[in-house]
Structure formats: structure tokens, C-alpha cells
Design a protein around this ligand. Sequence first.
Ligand SMILES: *Cc1c(COP(=O)(O)O)cnc(C)c1O
Length: 377
Amino acid sequence: MIRFNIPMKAPDTERYIQEAIESRALAGDGPFAKKCEELIEKKIGSKKFFLAPSGTAALELACMLCGIGPDDEMIVPSYTFSTSAASSVQFGGRPVFVDIRPDTMNIDETKIEAAITEKTKAIMVVHYAAVGCEMDTTCAIAKKHGLYVIEDAAQALNATYKGRYLGTIGDVGCFSFHATKNYNMGEGGGISVNNPEMIERAYHMRDSGTDSYDFERGMVSAYTWVEKGSSYLPSDLQCAYLYPQLLMMDEIKADRLKSWQRYYEGLRPLEEEGRIDLLEVPEYCDHNGHIFYVKCKDNEEREALRLFLKERGIQAVFHYQPLHASKAGKRYGRFCGEDVYTTKDSSRLLRLPLYYGLTTEDLDTVVKTVKEFYGRA
Ligand SMILES: *Cc1c(COP(=O)(O)O)cnc(C)c1O
């Protein structure tokens, strides 16, 4: 059986977990949390990076920092994870869904401006498969209309757009360290606060709305409730699991990219014959090998290919169902413009097994089996 994902565990994880246990400091902002945050800040050039209990918690904190409130609108692609949109609904906001581009499955930046109303507060882009959205255009639109930019960079740690790390370009960038992601702590996430005006509030909002941080620095004589907020601090036990993976961040990326490239080269002939479509990575985007997908002719063919692989012990999976057509999406949000690619392309996309340590042998078996399905083995 070739599994779709095997969550990453760094070789010396046990030693770090043991150290965390013995430190008796498993609450938030412990020694490992600080080490992880510093490492990421240095790597991606983040002004301030905070770990969070999940990518979803980071998205909620981002909406809080942007001040999204009742009836405020947030522009977001429909092809994404539920909580990209749900994070705004949490504060009474309304997601306004926009179509995606077929080449990257990212928000179509040319359709953003038409979705702006006087209620729009923020634009949330989602860097699908860690391939950067068109940030220059998006940020220019946001600036012109006085809107915030939130990057859902859940999949995109250690990937760049025109030389800048994803998640550091908008006002805030949100990351996930869920078991399905490249770097994981089981459940976990993080937020890069890039807008300097948001940093102080972020300290308060993530820490139960208190100025406990100012107290620790001796700036106030007692700490109290100063802001809206919640408890967004992961346990140091989880941070200790993540830390050794961050020490080998580039090695993990290189291994995934090697597999990604081998899939690409192996399946390229099928694309040239017009049987499948593959991801087009713009040359100014450096991704991290998070997802490798093929796009079949249609949904029926996708299902046939998925079952064909399953019967041969290969676990391939589809991805997001468009949010605007979901039960909650219809209730809380609306689609703006025409759905040209969201439904069509999401229903023909199939993700192939990809994780750190996937063997060349297994990978070649997957390529061969896909070719077999198309009668090309
Ligand atoms: C994984 C993911 C999330 C959610 O992250 P969690 O850590 O599971 O809460 C949000 N958005 C996108 C695009 C994701 O891939």
C-alpha cells in the first residue's frame, strides 16, 4: 500500500520531547515555542511570528487583527478549506467568494476588484499547493481601496513569490502545522504579523486578551484584560515535536521537491498528449512540494482513476469541494461573478501520494499506474 501521506517525524524527536517533559514548562510561550518562533522569523524574514494551536486559530486571530465585525465582507476564493471563510463568520463577517485561475487553482486576481463593496474589509488569498498568488496585483488593489490582505499560507511555509517568503507579504500570514502539512506538530499553526501596527494587539489578543506580555517585561505593574482575544498558545510539548523539523526545514523541502519533480517529469508526456493537466508554477514562484496533483478530463474520469489506483494499493485523494455551494457557504456567504473554474477544476483534480521519505520505487509505481490507466504503460 502506498499511503497518501505519512506525517513527518524528525529523527531525534524523542530527545526533544523528553527535554520538554523534564522542563516542567509545557504551557504556552515555553522554551521550544520561543526557539521555533525565532527560527521561523529568521528564515522567512517575519517581523513577528507567533505559534498557534492550529492554522484555523491563526486565521481567526488574523480576522480579529483586521477588525472584521458584523456584516463586514471578506473576499476569499471558494476553492479552499472551510476555515479560510469560517474565520470571518466567527466574528459576524461574510465571505464573498471569487473564482480561481485554472493554472494554479489560486484566486483569480483579475476578479477581485469587481467583488469589492463598501462593506469589504479584507482580501484573503490562499496559496494553494504553496504556489504564490499574484501578490503584486492583489496588494495594489488592497492599497487602492484601503483593505487588509490576509495570506492563508497554511500550506506554504518555506516557499517564495518574487523572492519574498509567502506569509510575509500581506498584513498577516497564517500557517498550519497540521499532520497533513510539510512541517507538523499534529495540530498546530502560526501567524506572521507583518503590519507593524498590529503587533502589539497581536500580543494581547493571542494571550486571552490580556497584557500579560507587558507585565512580564515590567511595563505594567499587574496584568489585566485589555482587548478582545482568546487563548491561542500551543503547549510546549507540541512545539518540541515541531522544533527538530524546523532545524531540517530545507532538507524536508528538497526531498519533497525531488519527488514532485520526478512526478512532473514522469507524467509530462501524458500532459503533452492532452490527457491530463498539470500544475503550472510561475517562474518567479518557488514552492515547497506540498501537493502534486493531476487534473483529469472530468469528474467521472477522476473517480475512475482514483478507484483504479486504490485497487492497486495507491491512495490518491481529491481536495476541496467549492465552499460557495456548501451548506454553510450558502448560508453565510455569496459568490461574486461567474463560477468558470472553481466547480469544474476542483471536480477533476486528484492528489497523488507525497510525503518526506517517499521512495523513488513507490513514486515510479504511482507514475506507471497512472500511465497504465491512460493506456500508456
Ligand atoms: C490546512 C489548512 C487550513 C487549516 O489548518 P488547521 O491547522 O488544520 O486548522 C486552512 N487553510 C488551508 C488552505 C489549509 O490547507
